[in-house]
Design a protein around this ligand. Structure first.
Ligand SMILES: *[C@@H]1O[C@H](CO)[C@@H](O)[C@H](O)[C@H]1NC(C)=O
Ligand SMILES: *[C@@H]1O[C@H](CO)[C@@H](O)[C@H](O)[C@H]1NC(C)=O
Ligand SMILES: *[C@@H]1O[C@H](CO)[C@@H](O)[C@H](O)[C@H]1NC(C)=O
Ligand SMILES: *[C@@H]1O[C@H](CO)[C@@H](O)[C@H](O)[C@H]1NC(C)=O
Ligand SMILES: *[C@@H]1O[C@H](CO)[C@@H](O)[C@H](O)[C@H]1NC(C)=O
Ligand SMILES: *[C@@H]1O[C@H](CO)[C@@H](O)[C@H](O)[C@H]1NC(C)=O
Ligand SMILES: *[C@@H]1O[C@H](CO)[C@@H](O)[C@H](O)[C@H]1NC(C)=O
Ligand SMILES: *[C@@H]1O[C@H](CO)[C@@H](O)[C@H](O)[C@H]1NC(C)=O
Ligand SMILES: *[C@@H]1O[C@H](CO)[C@@H](O)[C@H](O)[C@H]1NC(C)=O
Ligand SMILES: CC(=O)N[C@H]1CO[C@H](CO)[C@@H](O)[C@@H]1O
Length: 714
């Protein structure tokens, strides 16, 4: 971090600082769309939260002035500039970086790793660790804008259940409200919503709907409590002493100032009133860049040093007021100019606190479009309003990898794409990839862009039998792997480790791995190599120099480890996604049901993948899945597994949870057992087993994961 390469400029509304970069391998600087590895050939990344259809070179919904760099010796470090003003970072070929911000101070944090994942652990130690999602939140979510009625929604949920396709959560977009107003229920078409939510709950499913921050201000006094009470509590953003009025979904809209502590109380009161009627399980907060359809307000913005700064970083449309509020508007203790990009974060925090109070002692589940460093403490993110296009599907991988680095591991893109119509092949492939998004949701728009044509249904049951079978299989695979995913979220909650991560996080010395963004890992063990191209039935997948096994068959990837890593061509017919487990790991899994509740009654499995030294280990975190602070209150169990050439044993690290769900281990598969065993025992009792392709499968076990066990073969 050498700042001697250019002058420091520190003027009112203009601060510039340059530093050299350790290498041209630089990642992060969000939210921007593009390949995961940045190009240092004069690329400019602007920061100012903005609602716009994602495209290259645009400042998008979130702001994350953080980068991670891999040095020539494979060590990693991270740099975070804690500044919320409009900014830009310019990458230059020397290689170097220039930061320009038009406010605030230079508050830099440097994280020295040295491994990439340690950089993220150190970064999240500063900005806050991941919230622990409820177990059901890791199930499959389904949404669209345009179900139109409760029956329209119910029809799809029923169709999914009849097709036995896993689904934990049904969502609604803004269709449920009257004229898009928050906390109103359009009784004509959604009057039945409370009953529908009860039905979902009775089926062990959950319900989430959208809420926007803009509050309608054009109703007669006494007819719309969110505005009336907000006015009484004086919590809206002002300009020149009056509420700044804009247009969002309603013609006259005002904007709660979530930085003001009174606003959290108002928000809590609104949500808790609403909850008396609508028993949602989580909230989806959108439009919180914040969006205002126009320039600044209904009457524009004053001429001021804030609205017309001497220098404006390279943001979309080049003006601060575009599609949002005037920068000169007053928020609690500061100008919108300084805190614009914190709007989403502050709304997430207020929403988290409200839900924690309302759903007593249960975990809040929040997905937000706009985020800022620390947002991961309160919720997750989806990648915005993408198109139903193959390229957008690919871009979702850099997207989820970035947000894992930003401390927001609960992230995914809209499966099948949001805007425009999807098609069966794209949707089938996208479900295969989306089954491995940490946050897995299919969501669709109302209309085709710039048209009145309604978007075609894109839930799995809208397609052929073959597509449904393939989607069911891959979602069941996700559910099978949930104990592993949940354990990864626990690690993220406790230590800030990433959940989904790029290959180079595990292989930072491998130059080729530094460029891969068409594949990714869950934790350190599971490699996901999806089809991203139309018509393709093979995937060229990169395998770093290590032992790897096909997750389905247990067959070892040939020739590895060898001299170096290898690109291999994998056959990938329409109904397949390539999953590989890395030697040296033990993954806990559980026989899947079509809800997480059902899955949790089933037997656990362990998938053991021996490395070349014939060793493997892994962990399992278990709790009741929804108690707030289960870890902090020590209401959890933690089990460590170890294997070698002749045994798998467990060790109970913590036993604070014994719960009513299943903790029975029914099956253990060991990949890479070189010789056929003749005898297998579990806790000294003879066990049933089979052996094929160097895979030892030990079946019909009757072991509890909450007691130490020893499985031995010879
Ligand atoms: C950098 O970009 C310029 C202009 O687009 C181009 O001419 C040049 O070849 C690029 N250099 C590298 C190293 O890619
Ligand atoms: C919003 O304004 C439009 C155009 O002026 C008008 O047609 C519409 O009725 C207004 N909507 C409401 C709810 O007042
Ligand atoms: C916002 O202002 C810009 C620049 O003055 C102008 O080009 C644009 O049309 C305005 N947008 C709206 C919605 O008024
Ligand atoms: C979306 O669909 C419309 C109507 O078919 C088409 O005109 C438009 O180009 C599509 N947009 C994209 C980005 O594909
Ligand atoms: C929709 O139409 C507007 C106005 O004609 C145009 O500027 C915009 O690019 C179109 N959007 C898409 C995604 O086609
Ligand atoms: C967190 O990190 C510490 C220190 O490295 C380690 O001992 C502990 O096992 C980690 N906890 C989890 C849940 O991974
Ligand atoms: C690849 O792995 C093998 C076995 O661990 C090792 O002998 C070899 O040196 C590795 N190659 C490289 C380039 O690190
Ligand atoms: C494997 O682990 C078991 C249990 O810890 C131990 O008794 C045995 O000696 C180990 N075997 C080898 C080959 O290391
Ligand atoms: C499983 O084990 C439990 C206790 O360890 C025992 O009570 C039960 O009979 C066993 N079941 C079978 C099918 O072996
Ligand atoms: C699927 C997809 O295209 N995802 C992209 C959507 O847009 C966000 C914002 O740019 C990107 O981060 C995603 O990669």
């Amino acid at each position: 971090f050498n700042c001697g390469i250019g002058p420091l400029i520190f003027a009112d509304q203009f601060i510039q600082l340059s530093s050299s970069l350790a290498s041209k391998y630089i990642y992060g600087l969000g939210e921007h769309r593009g390949s995961f590895l940045h190009d240092v050939n004069w690329s400019r990344y602007a920061f100012w939260s903005r609602d716009v259809f994602p495209a290259e070179n645009l400042n998008l919904y979130s702001v994350h002035p953080f980068y991670l760099s891999i040095e020539d010796d494979g060590n990693a470090h991270g740099v975070f500039l804690l500044n919320s003003n409009t900014m830009e970072a310019i990458l230059q070929p020397s290689p170097s970086i220039t930061w320009r911000t038009i406010g605030g101070i230079l508050d830099f944090y440097v994280f020295l790793g040295p491994s990439p994942d340690q950089v993220i652990q150190q970064y999240t130690e500063v900005i806050g660790r991941t919230f622990m999602p409820p177990y059901w939140g890791l199930g499959f979510h389904l949404c669209r804008w345009g179900y139109e009625t409760v029956d329209g929604t119910r029809k799809i949920t029923d169709r999914m259940r009849n097709a036995k396709i896993p689904q934990d959560v049904q969502w609604n977009d803004i269709d449920y409200a009257i004229d898009y107003k928050d906390f109103t229920l359009n009784e004509k078409v959604f009057g039945d919503l409370p009953k529908f939510i009860d039905e979902l709950h009775n089926n062990d499913q959950h319900y989430i709907h959208i809420v926007d921050p803009g509050i309608a201000a054009d109703s007669a006094p006494g007819t719309y409590e969110p505005f009336d009470l907000g006015k009484k509590m004086d919590i809206f953003i002002k300009l020149d002493g009056k509420y700044i009025e804009g247009k969002v979904w309603t013609n006259v809209t005002v904007f709660p100032d979530f930085i003001n502590p009174r606003t959290s109380e108002w928000w809590y009161r609104m949500i808790s009133e609403w909850y008396k009627k609508v028993h949602f399980d989580g909230l989806w907060i959108d439009m919180n860049e914040p969006v205002q359809f126009g320039n600044g307000s209904l009457i524009g913005c004053p001429q001021s040093k804030y609205d017309n700064p001497p220098y404006t970083p390279g943001i979309f449309e080049g003006i601060l007021k575009a599609f949002t509020l005037c920068a000169s508007a007053d928020q609690y203790k500061s100008k919108h100019y300084d805190v614009h990009s914190l709007y989403g974060l502050t709304e997430m925090k207020a929403t988290f606190e409200a839900i924690a109070r309302i759903r007593l002692e249960k975990r809040p589940f929040i997905i937000s479009r706009s985020t800022y460093p620390s947002s991961g403490k309160y919720g997750g993110h989806w990648l915005g309003d993408n198109f139903s296009k193959w390229k957008d599907m690919w871009y979702s991988i850099p997207g989820i990898l970035n947000f894992n680095m930003f401390g927001i591991p609960l992230v995914g893109a809209d499966i099948c794409g949001f805007n425009n119509n999807s098609n069966e092949a794209l949707c089938q492939r996208w479900h295969q990839l989306g089954a491995f998004y940490p946050f897995s949701r299919n969501h669709n728009s109302l209309h085709v862009v710039n048209s009145t044509e309604k978007c075609k249904d894109q839930d799995p049951t809208a397609f052929s039998e073959a597509m449904q079978i393939s989607t069911r299989d891959v979602l069941l695979k996700r559910y099978y792997l949930l104990p592993y995913l949940y354990t990864l979220f626990h690690k993220s909650h406790v230590n800030g480790t990433t959940v989904a991560r790029p290959l180079f996080f595990e292989f930072p010395h491998d130059d080729y791995a530094l460029t891969v963004d068409t594949q990714f890992l869950w934790g350190e063990a599971l490699l996901i190599s999806p089809v991203l191209q139309e018509g393709a039935v093979t995937v060229t997948a990169y395998f770093p120099n290590h032992s790897w096994y096909d997750f389905d068959t247990g067959v070892r990837v040939p020739g590895l480890p060898g001299e170096t890593g290898k690109n291999l061509n994998l056959k990938t017919p329409m109904d397949k996604i390539n999953l590989h487990i890395r030697g040296g790991n033990i993954i806990p899994a559980q026989e899947p049901g079509i809800t997480t509740k059902e899955s949790r009654q089933n037997k656990f499995h362990l998938i053991v993948a021996l490395c070349t030294k014939n060793e493997a280990d892994g962990e399992l975190y278990l709790d009741d899945g929804d108690t707030l602070d289960a870890y902090e209150q020590e209401l959890y169990a933690y089990v460590r597994f170890q294997a070698n050439a002749t045994s798998v044993i467990s060790q109970i690290v913590k036993l604070g949870f014994t719960g009513s769900d299943s903790a029975d281990l029914g099956l253990v598969k060991v990949f890479g057992v070189v010789q056929q065993p003749s005898y297998v025992s579990a806790n000294g009792v003879k066990a049933q087993f089979s052996y094929k392709n160097k895979v030892l499968t030990i079946e019909k076990l009757n072991l509890s994961l909450l007691k130490p066990f020893t499985i031995v073969w010879k």
